[in-house]
Design a protein around this ligand. Structure first.
Ligand code: ADE
Length: 269
């Protein structure tokens, strides 16, 4: 899966994502990450990318031109990579030079999603991460200052996404949050046996507590049941813990969870 990030702070994205699990997946080639510095597409002699807002008001607005050109550049990159991939895959594309203007080859005419990070967007969740993870390429657009000129957003953005009801200084952290959540769903990125699809939020329940050695830490013991070796009982206990946790901190989630009548009883025990 290929991530492209249009940003004024490419080093923030690169440093932030090039470690741990995502860093390893990048190294292995399971993922690719390309940042594009919007400032490189300024045609202003001082490399400015922002200007005063029409109608007045505080702050600056990112101008449409540099964002437009940066997006064109990424679209071109993606097109080239696709064509090269097809060519090395043995498919002769000669005679289809106008591949992107014709509707005959659908895979090449499909526009790549452009996700704009904004507090005005739909609030990101696991279901959205799963939906986005189905795409081969994703483009993230990070805004700064008071936002980006509306006209270019209308032209290129396919998805407006917020990571929560608070305001950050820019879209870089939100895009990193999204990339992390999406990337770990790509097959092979997590190297444990249990796939990501069986965990938190899948069933609208929070995860149960985990313990490791030592068995007693500062007079606190690991729950007896976990040492019993009785797998069915352990499963049941974990489910109960999940339900109780969700009831305590996320009653909104619990309402959406499907529980058996026995599991519902856990709430009243
Ligand atoms: N940009 C600033 N705040 C944001 C948020 N909460 N989510 C996504 N993008 C943002």
């Amino acid at each position: 899966m290929n991530f492209y990030v249009l940003t004024l702070f490419p080093e923030m994205i690169e440093q932030g994502l090039n470690t741990s699990i995502i860093g390893r997946a990048l190294e292995k080639g399971l993922l690719s990450l390309k940042t594009v510095d919007i400032r490189n597409f300024s045609e202003n002699k001082h490399n400015r990318v922002d200007d005063y807002p029409y109608g007045g008001g505080a702050g600056m607005v990112m101008a449409p031109g540099p964002v437009y050109r940066a997006h064109q550049y990424v679209e071109e990159l993606i097109r080239n990579e696709k064509n090269t991939a097809e060519f090395t895959g043995g498919i002769n594309i000669t005679g289809h030079e106008d591949i992107n203007d014709s509707n005959t080859l659908k895979t090449n005419t499909k526009k790549t999603r452009v996700i704009y990070l904004t507090p005005q967007g739909r609030v990101f969740n696991q279901t959205m991460a799963e939906e986005f993870a189905k795409d081969e390429d994703l483009i993230f657009l990070c805004g700064h200052y008071e936002g980006i000129d509306e006209r270019i957003l209308e032209m290129i953005v396919t998805d407006y996404v917020s990571i929560g009801d608070y305001v950050l200084t820019g879209g870089e952290l939100p895009s990193m949050v999204m990339i992390d959540a999406i990337a770990r769903l790509v097959p092979g990125v997590l190297n444990n046996d249990v796939s990501a699809e069986f965990e938190s939020f899948q069933d609208n329940l929070l995860e149960y507590p985990q313990y490791t050695r030592p068995e007693v830490f500062m007079e606190r013991s690991v729950p007896e049941i976990l040492l019993s070796g009785h797998h069915a009982k352990i499963e049941e206990w974990r489910k109960q813990q999940s339900i109780l946790r969700t009831a305590n901190t996320r009653p909104d989630l619990l309402e959406k969870a499907v529980l058996t009548s026995k599991e519902k009883k856990f709430l009243h025990d």
